[in-house]
Write a protein that binds this ligand. Structure first.
Ligand code: F6R
Length: 588
C-alpha cells in the first residue's frame, strides 16, 4: 500500500522525507510527493513514477517540516494530479488507506462550493480538514476524521501552525522520537537509523507532533499514553550490498530465515502449546504467498497432529460466515501482519470464539494486536515486493507449530528442520535456473505442476514467475492435468514439475510423459535420484539436495524463486518492484 513519512526538527526535511520514502517505496511506487512548510508557506511537489522522480525538485527546498507519500493507486490512476499530498486552503495531507464514503463526502463538499482537482478518495480529507479549520489543526483533524468511513493513516501540515498532526484508523502509523526532532511513518524501516524509540498509534489516535514534543489524543481529544519501545529497524539490514536486486539478496537469506525462525520459536513454544490445548480443528488463512504457506502448514497439521485442518484465502474466509468456535484454532499467516483481508479474517475468528494465532514477520503489526499468540517468522526485513525468505520462514514456523500441536517436543522431526538452513544455503548458492528461465521467458505460457506438498510449491512457483516476469502461468495438481488443462500444452509452453515425494513420483512421471507426447517443453525439479536417472536426457532436470519429503518445500521454493528472478532479469523487468503491485495490501 502507500507509504507515508513526516519529519519536524532542525534538519533538512527534504533529505529526511526523501530517504524515508525510498525505504517505504516497496509499499507502492506509482507516484510520489511531498509537502514542506517553511516561513509559514507550504510548497508541494508531486510526480507520477517512482520516488526518485522527486529528487531534482527537492534540491531547492529549505524546510525543517515535511510530509511525504509514495502511492499504490486505488482510486484514480497514477498521475501527478492524483499523487499525494492533497491540499485545500492552508492544509496539505498525505493519506494511506481507503475512504469508503468518499463519494458521499465529495458530493457534500461540492454542494458547498469546493472544487476537486484529483480523482482520489483522499482529497476529501484535505477539504474536510480545511472546512473545520479555525486556528486549531488538532481540533480540525478530530472533526474531519469523525466523518470518515474506511481506513486511514494521515499526516497533516498547515501554513499557520508549526507542527504535524497525524491520525490513524486501521492503517499502520508510528511515531519516532528524536532529540529536538520527531518523526512519523507508516512503518519502522522508514525510520531505520533515524531514531531509537518509537510508539505505535492505535485506532482512533490523533498525534500532535512538534520538534520538542509529541502529544497523543483519543478521538475525544483526551490525552492518552502509548507504550514507547525500541526502534527495531536497523539501516544496515536494509542495504542492497553488492547484490543487483533485493530479490536475489533475499533468496540468499532464506537459510537465515529458517535458522532464526527455529531459534525464535523457543520464546513462544510454551504459550503456543497452552493455546492449542483442547483444539480439535485448525483453519489456516492468508493471502498470496502466505496462503501458499498455509497449504503446506495444513498438511503438517494433518500429518503430525492428525486433526482436521483447512486452508483458505483470507479474502474468501472472511465473507463466507465460517463455522468456527471453541475447539477451533485459526492460524493467520502474513509477512507484513498488515494485510487487510488477513487482519479482518483474524478479527472475525476471534469474535467467533476461535483461538487466533498470528504467524508473522512483523512483530508490531496489526495482526499481532488481534492474535492470542504470535509465532514469529524471523526472516528479517523483506524489501522486494515478491515474498521469498518470508515464505520459507512461514513454512518453518508452521512446521514447528504443527509439531507443538502434536505434542512432539524433540527428536527426529525437530532435527530434520535443524538440518535445513545448510541445505537452503547450498541450494541458493548452487542452483542454476538460468537456462530454464530463458525457455520460460520465451514461452507462451508456463505450468507448474506437483502433487501434495509439491503442488503447494507449484502454486507458489507460478505466482512468483507471473509476479516478477509477467510470463503467464498456472499452478496445477499434476494429476488434474489430463482433466482439461492438457489441451493448452504445445511446443510453446513450458511445464515445470516439482517431484520430491517418492510415493507419488511415478504418478507425476506419467504426467511428464503426457506433456512430452503433446510436444510441450518440460523441466523437473527433483531431489530423487531414481527420478533423475529416468528423466535425464528426456527433460531439463534441476537437481535439489536430498532431504525428507516434508521439508523439501524449503528447497524447491528456493529453486522456483530463483527461476522467477532469472526470468524477470532476462526480460528486463524490475523484480523488486513489479508493475501494479505493492508489498503490503492494507486495503480490500
Ligand atoms: C507474492 C506476495 C504477495 C503476498 C500477499 C500477502 O510474492 O508477496 O502475494 O504474499 O500480498 O502479504 P502478507 O504476507 O504481507 O500478508
Amino acid at each position: 500500500m502507500c507509504g507515508i513519512i513526516g519529519y519536524i526538527g532542525n534538519k533538512n526535511a527534504a533529505e529526511i522525507v526523501y530517504g524515508g520514502l525510498k525505504r517505504l517505496e516497496y509499499r507502492g511506487y506509482d507516484s510520489a510527493g511531498a509537502a514542506f512548510r517553511a516561513e509559514g508557506k507550504i510548497s508541494v511537489i508531486k510526480k507520477e513514477g517512482k520516488v526518485e522522480k522527486l529528487l531534482p525538485y527537492l534540491a531547492g527546498v529549505r524546510a525543517t517540516v515535511g510530509i511525504g507519500h509514495t502511492r499504490w493507486a486505488t482510486h484514480g490512476a497514477p498521475s501527478d494530479i492524483n499523487a499525494h499530498p492533497h491540499s485545500s486552503g492552508c492544509i496539505s495531507v498525505v493519506h494511506n488507506g481507503i475512504i469508503e464514503n468518499y463519494a458521499e463526502l465529495k458530493n457534500l463538499l461540492i454542494s458547498e462550493g469546493v472544487t476537486f482537482l484529483s480523482r482520489t478518495d483522499s482529497e476529501v480529507i484535505a477539504h474536510l480538514i480545511n472546512r473545520f479549520y479555525s486556528g486549531d489543526l488538532v481540533a480540525a483533524v478530530a472533526e474531519a476524521v469523525k466523518l470518515l468511513k474506511g481506513s486511514y493513516a494521515l499526516m497533516v501540515i498547515c501554513e499557520r501552525e508549526n507542527k504535524i498532526v497525524a491520525a490513524r484508523y486501521k492503517s499502520p502509523l508510528i511515531i519516532g522520537f528524536g532529540q529536538g526532532e520527531n518523526f512519523c511513518a507508516s512503518d519502522e524501516p522508514a525510520l531505520a537509523g533515524k531514531c531509537e524509540k518509537i510508539s505505535v498509534l492505535e485506532d482512533g489516535d490523533i498525534a500532535e507532533i512538534t520538534s520538542d514534543e509529541v502529544t497523543i489524543f483519543n478521538g475525544e481529544l483526551q490525552c492518552v499514553v502509548r507504550e514507547v519501545s525500541p526502534n527495531l529497524a536497523v539501516s544496515s539490514d536494509l542495504g542492497l550490498g553488492d547484490y543487483p536486486h533485493y530479490m536475489l539478496k533475499e533468496i540468499g537469506e532464506v537459510a537465515g530465515s529458517v535458522e532464526y525462525t527455529l531459534k525464535a520459536f523457543g520464546s513462544v513454544k510454551v504459550k503456543l502449546a497452552a493455546a492449542f490445548s483442547g483444539v480439535t480443528r485448525v483453519v489456516l488463512t492468508g493471502c498470496g504467498t502466505a496462503y501458499h504457506a498455509a497449504l503446506i502448514g495444513r498438511r503438517y497439521i494433518e500429518i503430525f497432529a492428525k486433526i482436521p485442518a483447512e486452508a483458505e484465502t483470507a479474502g474468501e474466509f472472511r465473507y463466507k460466515n465460517p463455522v468456527l468456535g471453541e475447539g477451533c484454532a485459526v492460524l493467520a499467516i502474513s509477512q507484513s501482519g498488515e494485510t487487510a483481508d488477513t487482519v479482518e479474517a483474524a478479527r472475525l475468528a476471534k469474535s467467533s470464539g476461535a483461538k487466533v494465532i498470528a504467524v508473522t514477520n512483523c512483530l508490531r503489526s496489526e495482526l499481532t494486536r488481534v492474535a492470542d499468540v504470535v509465532v514469529p517468522v524471523a526472516a528479517g526485513p523483506e524489501i522486494c515486493v515478491a515474498a521469498t525468505k518470508s515464505y520459507t520462514g512461514q513454512v518453518a514456523a508452521l512446521y514447528l507449530a504443527a509439531l507443538t500441536l502434536a505434542g512432539v517436543e524433540g527428536g527426529g522431526l525437530w532435527e530434520e528442520l535443524e538440518k535445513m538452513p545448510a541445505l537452503c544455503r547450498e541450494t541458493a548458492e548452487n542452483i542454476d535456473t538460468s537456462a530454464l528461465a530463458r525457455k520460460c521467458a520465451r514461452s507462451r505460457g508456463t505450468y507448474f505442476l506437483g502433487r501434495d506438498l509439491d503442488y503447494a510449491v507449484a502454486l507458489e512457483g507460478s505466482l512468483k514467475l507471473k509476479e516478477v516476469s509477467y510470463v503467464p502461468g498456472e499452478g496445477y495438481p499434476a494429476g488434474e492435468l489430463k482433466h482439461g488443462t492438457l489441451a493448452l500444452i504445445d511446443k510453446r509452453t513450458v511445464s515445470v514439475f516439482i517431484i520430491t515425494d517418492g510415493k507419488l513420483a511415478g504418478k507425476c512421471e506419467n504426467a511428464v510423459e503426457q506433456v512430452l507426447s503433446r510436444g510441450g517443453k518440460v523441466a523437473v525439479l527433483t531431489n530423487l535420484q531414481d527420478v533423475k536417472k529416468r528423466l535425464k536426457g528426456l527433460v531439463t532436470v534441476i537437481e535439489l539436495p536430498a532431504c525428507g519429503r516434508l521439508l523439501s518445500p524449503l528447497l524447491s521454493a528456493v529453486a522456483v524463486q530463483k527461476l522467477a528472478y532469472d526470468a524477470a532479469v532476462i526480460l528486463s523487468r524490475d523484480p523488486d518492484k513489479p508493475r501494479n503491485l505493492a508489498k503490503s495490501v492494507t486495503v480490500e
